[in-house]
Design a binder for this molecule. Structure first.
Ligand SMILES: Nc1nc2c(ncn2[C@@H]2O[C@H](COP(=O)(O)OP(=O)(O)O)[C@@H](O)[C@H]2O)c(=O)[nH]1
Ligand SMILES: [Mg+2]
Length: 698
């Protein structure tokens, strides 16, 4: 592969809902262009960009992957992205690394949840977009219906530049509104070859209608063009293309294409248009950079003469190779073997074996110009979302705002002694995939992992085993219950030991009373006349604190109560701090059961955004989780439902919400308050906890 200059590069993210045909399209484009020598298929596990073991086994994309199509003296960097919401972090990364996007839709399913999601990502980056309706050959394919859905759910500025000849099993050609010709495909077409003919008679009416709409939409984006068009002047093809490109750059036009990628139908025309309509890197707006460690900010453009600024948007780990880093150059250029600098980590890295990625293959390249996308293996301390620059400049880009996790589960090793390996593995996986998070919760004594869905976490656990040899299983996260008191009580704690030598003696009297939620533990010293010497009083307090970490109901920490220390006694020789701490512990244990102790459970504030039609179902489900609906609100096209729900009832809520709302609902939750657990819940928790504590002892 030759080296391409900035103006010869197109970085195109291929995005859309799962199973809309993205991976098949990327494979076909690279193959039809001749850059990839083999026409792969998702079904056989040979598609160019679905090459990891996980993907071949499951037959859908999990990771972002790159392919190259060289066409019309241009290198099209195709970024294939996963469609499922569990892996949407990679779709976002793909959109950030690209200068334009092809939004792929299935001719049978049309606009889906995932389509809306990636559309929104593209909006955030103001990416020029083409839409491609694939699977036109599938039974029940319907171009017109998909077109209507796009207008209704994505944008009214969509405009067909192609229309299909036949649909479903009859699909065999495409009419191009720019060239005013029809391309007819023969069964068994290998690489998108077609026969070019005049528009068939029976399509003349549709052709005329769409052609007029197309030219009017184009003219409408430019005043002088519109004037000429209204004056009856013909607008030439090149002019129309240039105007369309400008319209796309402003977000005023979104051209619509069609085809059947798996059959290679429609891929040649799409390749042409990717080159002609999508911006080269230097045509995109400048990006902000910051000098690391200073407030200096400025902007850079895709220009070889600028300082080197490149962002790592994905790290893939490959068997026998290790980590492969995919990066996008925003300014400057890089040469094979060059040193680069990762300023925030203070790490110098060598770009040994600088490569261009073609699926799992990596093709070595001498240099990459500004705006290009490259791959390099074995960087030592560089991770996803890091910026590479040079030591003298030390620049950093704004990070890609990866989505926050929505689901939490606990993970435990199957074999004791592998805990350290587990934590190392989890840490590495987070550096690779910023949508995956983990933490150890000492109170629950559990390692919690968080991600974008159950499938996401399943894949993570699989990677743990494959990459780090840690065999782990998931479990339900424990709930951090608390206990408190409803009544008052008082009594003594006395610690006395006389066993030869020096004895131990501590004696205290305490009163316990409840306090309002959020007060914590208040310790009041009411000792008069030195019945307990000053220096031992803090020891009593420490004893009470320690004992209160395991409450009388079920051994959970006790909160929100007052302890008054009002009497006691001491021994001149035998008293010491340790003895008074023991006295504090004993006093708490004696007095607390008489304070009407109760179990508290954490209540979360949950906000759900749902389309109106699922509002009832969402609220019904929340109520069945002992939730209390606080209110509903309109929020754009969605309804926002606010509810208070016990944390114990929210295990894997993301999965339920996904299925109730067909993937269109989202939610956020945060801790709100501790509340009395209802008696049946308290009884159940107490029972379960007893067993748990016995197991720990055993
Ligand atoms: N009939 C038909 N099936 C296709 C076409 N393109 C892809 N498929 C099939 O649709 C499924 C999903 O395709 P894939 O490329 O993995 O979609 P992605 O999830 O968007 O990447 C696979 O089983 C493909 O074989 C097409 O043009 N026609
Ligand atoms: Mg795919």
């Amino acid at each position: 592969m030759r080296v391409y200059k900035t103006n010869e590069i197109r970085n195109v993210a291929v995005v859309g809902h799962g199973a809309s045909g993205k991976t098949s399209l990327v494979d076909a484009l690279a193959f039809v262009a001749g850059t990839s020598k083999r026409h792969g298929s998702v079904k056989d596990g040979t598609a160019l960009t679905d090459f990891t073991a996980d993907e071949i086994e499951r037959k859908y994309s999990i990771n972002l992957a790159l392919a190259v199509a060289e066409w019309m003296d241009t290198k099209i960097n195709l970024i294939d992205t996963p469609g499922y919401l569990d892996f949407t972090g990679d779709a976002l990364a793909g959109v950030y690394a690209a200068d334009s996007a092809v939004v792929v839709l299935s001719a049978t399913a049309g606009v889906e949840v995932g389509t809306e999601k990636v559309w929104d990502y593209c909006e955030r980056r103001s990416l020029p977009r083409l839409l491609f309706v694939s699977l036109m050959d599938k039974e029940h394919a319907n171009f017109e219906r998909v077109f209507d859905q796009i207008k209704e759910r994505l944008t009214t500025k969509v405009i067909p530049v192609e229309i299909p000849v036949g649909e479903g099993l009859e699909f065999h050609g495409i009419i191009n509104l720019f060239s005013k010709k029809a391309h007819l495909y023969k069964k068994g077409t290998k690489a998108g070859e077609y026969e070019e003919v005049d528009v068939p008679d029976e399509y003349q009416d549709r052709f005329a209608k769409y052609s007029q709409e197309l030219i009017e939409s184009i003219a409408a984006t430019d005043d002088t063009l519109l004037e000429r068009y209204l004056g009856g002047e013909e607008i030439g093809r090149d002019e129309a293309i240039a105007a369309m490109k400008a319209g796309m750059a402003k977000g005023e036009l979104f051209p619509l294409f069609c085809g059947a990628a798996e059959l290679t139908y429609g891929t040649r025309a799409l390749l042409n248009k990717l080159v002609e309509l999508c911006p080269a890197p230097q045509e995109r707006p400048p990006v902000d950079v910051q000098k690391w460690g200073s407030a200096d900010r400025f902007t850079v453009k895709a220009d070889d003469a600028g300082p080197l600024v490149a962002q790592v948007f994905k790290t893939v780990s490959e068997p026998h190779v290790g980590d492969v880093t995919l990066f996008r150059i925003y300014s400057g250029s890089v040469k094979n073997g060059q040193d680069v600098f990762n300023a925030p980590r203070d790490a110098t890295e060598k770009l040994n074996h600088l490569c261009v990625a073609q699926g799992k293959e990596r093709i070595e390249i001498a240099e990459l110009h500004s705006g290009d996308i490259g791959a390099v293996a074995k960087l030592r301390d560089t991770h996803t979302n890091d910026t590479l620059s040079t030591k003298d400049k030390g620049l950093v880009l704004q990070k890609i705002p990866f989505p926050e996790p929505v689901i939490t589960v606990a993970v435990e090793v199957k074999q004791r002694g592998e805990e350290d390996k587990l934590s190392t593995g989890l840490h590495k996986l987070h550096e690779e995939d910023p949508t995956f998070h983990h933490e150890y919760n000492p109170e629950l004594a559990q390692t919690l992992i968080r991600g974008l869905g159950e499938r996401h976490l399943e894949i993570v656990v699989g990677r743990l085993a494959r990459k780090f040899g840690v065999h782990a299983q998931t479990a339900k996260p424990k709930v951090a219950y608390r206990e408190t008191f409803r009544g008052k009580n008082e009594g003594q704690g006395k610690h006395k030991k006389q066993s030869g030598g020096r004895g131990q003696y501590g004696d205290c009297w305490i009163r316990i009373a409840p306090l309002p939620r959020g007060s914590g533990l208040q310790f009041v010293d009411e000792i008069v006349g030195g019945v307990i010497p000053r220096q031992y009083i803090p020891a009593v307090e420490r004893g009470v604190q320690e004992a209160a970490s395991k409450g009388p109901v079920a051994g959970y920490p006790v909160v929100d109560f007052k302890v008054e220390l009002y009497d006691g006694s001491y021994h001149d020789v035998d008293s010491n701090e340790m003895s008074f701490k023991m006295a504090g512990i004993l006093a708490f244990r004696n007095v607390s059961p008489g304070c009407r102790p109760v179990l508290l459970e954490p209540i979360m504030e949950v906000e759900v955004w749902s389309p109106d039609e699922y509002q009832g179902a969402v609220m019904g489900d929340l109520s069945s989780r002992r939730g209390h609906i606080v209110g509903t609100d309109k929020d754009g096209k969605l309804t926002k439902i606010k509810a208070m729900v016990p944390e114990a009832e929210l295990d894997r809520y993301a999965t339920t919400l996904h299925s109730i709302t067909h993937g269109r609902g989202t939610y956020k939750m945060k801790f709100h308050v501790y509340q009395d657990a209802p008696p049946d819940v308290a009884a159940r928790v107490t029972e379960a906890r007893k067993k748990e504590l016995e197991e720990v002892k055993a």
